[in-house]
Design a protein around this ligand. Structure first.
Ligand code: NDP
Length: 309
């Protein structure tokens, strides 16, 4: 029998039933509760927006399993010495791919002009086809690889950028490390950001980086807000160097009502919905990880504390 502490109200509300089901399906006898004390809990299933921050008393915990893909909240938490897994779920990856492709295609075919209406003017503007539209994807992990593959399959020449070299045959170009960043951005007409937030990516994109893009480039940030210098982005939108920014993530969430992004004519705000954790599929991922640890197998999707993601 294992005790699974459900930490955070969202986890308690949405995960108790599917996680119980998935654990039973794997033959794991478990008691799921928000009330297991530190001396009783064997696993913690965690909503990082919940209150738990001090993991010191949870000495018998075999693994902490986050329901989020981003690990920035805990990667630097010195009290969390137990193995930490982040959420990697094919359904979440699919959600992100759909979001990125939808917003990239919106910009690519100039959909806004038609959604707004041409006001009775029969204006035929011929957009370039995908092979003529260079796209750069920053981050080639679970999310970035899938989004880059979908965009490549549509015919876009996709440049990918990662921390370590990821030479994927279907990429037009694959670059890595700080030395490769400006070359990866050079001439991109659509920039997709799918990096984790770490000390190495915070404020990564500012005036110099925006200047590398093609004039009027479109930016899609579905990763984390602080990767972009907001002031530099507003200035680049003002000058026209950046034509539009589609932002799903922000330094402060919810985005404060008086933030200039809300009403900027060339900013699209979505409320951190690019790839939500879906309890049914995510519960299967959590249960599989618990079952693996119970069988003595290594944890999947383990966060590398040194790398910060
Ligand atoms: P992964 O850990 O699988 O991939 C991260 C990628 O970023 C890797 O390719 C990694 O390089 C690269 N990277 C990390 N640090 C650097 C750096 N300093 N320089 C260059 N490249 C770097 O993460 P996921 O793809 O699963 O998720 C990415 C992020 O997306 C999450 O951390 C989260 O913040 C965000 N997210 C947002 C959601 C939303 O709804 N808006 C939903 C889900 C995730 P390498 O390959 O060399 O390791």
């Amino acid at each position: 029998m294992v005790n699974v502490l459900l930490s955070g109200s969202r986890v308690c509300r949405h995960f108790a039933a599917p996680l119980g089901r998935e654990l039973r399906a794997r033959g794991v006898d478990a008691v799921l509760s928000p009330d297991h004390g530190p001396e009783a809990a064997d696993y913690i299933v965690l909503d990082p927006s919940g209150p738990l921050r001090d993991f010191t008393p949870y000495r018998r915990v075999r693994a902490v399993l986050s329901t989020w893909a981003g690990a920035e909240v805990f990667a630097t938490n010195a009290t969390l010495t137990q193995p930490l897994a982040r959420m990697v779920d094919p359904a979440m990856t699919r959600g992100m791919t759909e979001y990125v492709v939808a917003h990239a295609m919106r910009h690519h075919i100039g959909l806004d002009a038609h959604v707004r209406g041409l006001g009775g003017e029969w204006q035929q503007v011929l957009p370039p086809l995908a092979p003529e539209r260079p796209v750069t994807v920053l981050g080639l992990g679970e999310m970035g690889r899938a989004a880059a593959a979908a965009l490549s399959a549509l015919g876009f020449p996709v440049t990918g950028w990662s921390r370590t070299p990821r030479p994927l045959s279907w990429l037009a170009q694959s670059l890595s490390g700080s030395a490769g960043l400006h070359a990866a951005l050079a001439g991109a007409q659509i920039l997709v950001i799918l990096l984790p937030l770490t000390p190495g990516t915070e404020n990564l994109l500012g005036q110099t980086e925006f200047a590398c893009l093609a004039p009027g480039a479109r930016i899609i940030n579905a990763a984390r807000g602080p990767i972009i210098d907001d002031g530099a982005l507003l200035a680049a939108l003002e000058s026209g160097q950046v034509g539009h920014a589609t932002l799903d993530v922000f330094r402060q969430e919810p985005l404060p009502p008086d933030h200039p992004f809300w009403h900027h004519p060339r900013v699209t705000v979505t409320p951190h919905v690019a790839a939500e954790t879906r309890p049914d599929s995510a519960a299967a991922v959590l249960a599989e990880n618990i079952a693996r640890v119970e069988r003595g197998e290594p944890l999947l999707n383990r966060v590398d504390r040194a790398a910060g993601y």
